[in-house]
Design a protein around this ligand. Sequence first.
Ligand SMILES: [Mg+2]
Length: 249
Amino acid sequence: MAALVLSHPKLLLMTDYDGTLVPIRERPEIALPGPGLLKVLKRLAQKSRVKVAIISGRDLEELNMMLPVAGIYLAGCHGAEIAVPGNEKIKTFDDTELDRVLDEIYSRLLSFTAGKQGFLAERKKTAVALHYRLADPAIALKVVGDFVAAVRPLVNEKELEFLAGKKVIEVRPKAVNKGEAVSCLMNLYPDFYPVYLGDDTTDEDAFKAVRNNGLGILVAGEKKFTAAEQWLRESQDVLRFMQIIAARC
Ligand SMILES: [Mg+2]
C-alpha cells in the first residue's frame, strides 16, 4: 500500500486521530500520541513531497496541545476550522446563531446525564457530544434515546444532525463534515495525491471526497461497509505505513 502511494510524486496525507493514529481509550484525554508517532509526523512535515493534515472531531485547541508538530495542518471539529502551518486559520463554517442553539442542547443533555455514572457531556466549539463508553449499556441506551427524542425537533429545525460514532453521539451542523475539510485541502494542493485514513462513521464523508482521484484507507479490526478502498487493521499498522513513507521520500 505504501508503494502504491509512493508511486505518486507528491502526497497529501490526511488522517483522523482517535482510533486511527492512536487506539481509542476509555477517556479521550488519555489518548495521547506516543513518541514514535510524534517522530514520524515531524519527519513527514519536513518533506517537500508530502503535506500532512490531521482532521479530528476534537476541538482545534485540544489537537494543537496534543500534537506539537510544526508544519502540519490540523483540522478540528470535523473540519469546521483548519489551522494552517504558520498560524493562519481557515474557517469552513461560520454561524452566529449556532452557539445559542448548541448551548440549549448542551443544557438539555446535562439534565439527562445528571447524577448518572459513566457519561461525559462535551460542549465543543461547533458540536455537542455525549460519550458513554464507561456507562452501563442499558442505562446508556435509555439516556441516549431520551436525549435524542428531546432535542430532535430543535435538531431538525436548525439544520443540525445526529452523528453516532464509537460510544459517542454528537449533534453538529449538517454543513460541517470531514469531507468539506478534505475538499478544502485538496483545492489548496491540486497536484498532490490525496490519501485519507480513518476508522469511524465521521470519516466516510472524507473517504467519499478522495474516492475519485485519491485513496481512502479504513482502519478497523474487521472489514465493514465503507467508501474506503483499502484497509489496515489498527493504529500500529498506520504508524508503520507512515514510517515507510517517511523513509522512502
Ligand atoms: Mg476516529
